[in-house]
Write a protein that binds this ligand. Sequence first.
Ligand code: VGL
Ligand code: ZN
Length: 202
Amino acid sequence: MAKLRVLPFDALIVVDMQNDFMPGGALPVPNALTIIPTINRYVELFEKANATIVFTRDWHPKNHASFKSRGGPWPPHCIQNTYGAELHPDLIVPKSAVIISKAFKEDEEAYSGFKGVELESKKDLNSILRSREVKRVFVSGVATEYCVKATALDAVDLGYQVFLLIDAVKGINQPPGSEEQAVNEMLAKGVVAITIDDITLL
Ligand code: VGL
Ligand code: ZN
């Protein structure tokens, strides 16, 4: 495959690289720390190309409907304004990055970044990307089977060309095989899996 050149109308989406999803956190994704250096390399490439860089974050109120205490599947995690909800400190987060918060309403689950908003402007991710004339999105982060998959598939439905950064995602993989299944689902819907070696600046 010829290398892909990163263009100003591209967007990197880094999904939910928050402390609670890292080992030791409330809802750990195995080996999630190992993708941070690769994500940082993508961030630097996209920054140099003047492309859009988006970080999504799970941003739950403390009584969120997805928590076990309310009959949901998950332990409490990513509670607004706590350490667990912060992006991991080793991530490079440029000043110009767009931060998208999601699942901040008590009674609504939202896995996809496209269900989130930039809190200050209240703009949703699709409007932000459309106003910047973004055509292609490159998705990384955690968890492959949940928020990464939901974000990538919404992007396909919204008409973006979608790349999955396969060297920069991690799944919970419970039961084993579920991460691979999620990747295959994305590929079947037109998502293209690439690694950092498939990308170039010039
Ligand atoms: C996620 C489970 C619960 C994710 C968020 O970021 O994939 N998974 N909340
Ligand atoms: Zn959550």
